[in-house]
Design a binder for this molecule. Structure first.
Ligand code: HEC
Length: 129
């Protein structure tokens, strides 16, 4: 048994060389893929998604927070109203909602980047800065 394992491990010198080369090629391909993907992962929602999110802001968020985010069932989400609120806590509120209030959590529908984009949109001043 030990001998068989030894044989498998050592292989022939030629084979070992080939394995290392293809291993390096794999690692290289993986690195290139990661390098190509990373800007995409950090860029946030693409243009089409941004349009969908804008719609959501108006239709869904607007139904409680007002079409101009000046408040309704939910509080105002204007730039002034949010000025002194930490971005992270706003993101958490949109993701998880506020239990015991009408504010629902959106993390089943929206990913982190979507939510961060929405919050930034509000912080910049929605519908217009
Ligand atoms: C069904 C009604 C409803 C909908 C729909 C809704 N909200 Fe709310 N939202 C509320 C209420 C009510 C509160 C206040 C909760 C409280 O009393 O703490 C709130 C609070 C918030 C807050 C915290 C505001 C603050 O002053 O701390 C943010 C941010 C927010 N909502 C964003 C959104 C966004 C973005 C959407 C759409 C994706 C949305 N809400 C959709 C009802 C709603």
């Amino acid at each position: 048994m030990a001998a068989a394992v030894g044989l498998l491990r050592s292989g022939t010198p030629g084979m070992a060389g080939a394995n290392t080369a293809s291993g390096q090629r794999c690692a290289l391909i993986l690195l290139v893929c990661l390098a190509l993907l990373s800007p995409l992962l950090q860029a946030g929602p693409d243009e089409q998604r941004q349009r969908q999110l804008d719609n959501l802001l108006l239709q869904d968020c607007g139904s409680c927070h007002g079409l101009r985010m000046t408040g309704g069932l939910g509080p105002a989400l204007t730039r002034q109203a949010l000025a002194d609120k930490p971005r992270d806590s706003l993101i958490a509120t949109v993701a998880h909602g506020r239990p015991g209030t009408a504010m629902p959590g959106w993390n089943a529908l929206l990913d982190e980047q979507d939510i961060a984009w929405l919050v930034d949109r509000l912080l910049q001043g929605y519908p217009r800065p």
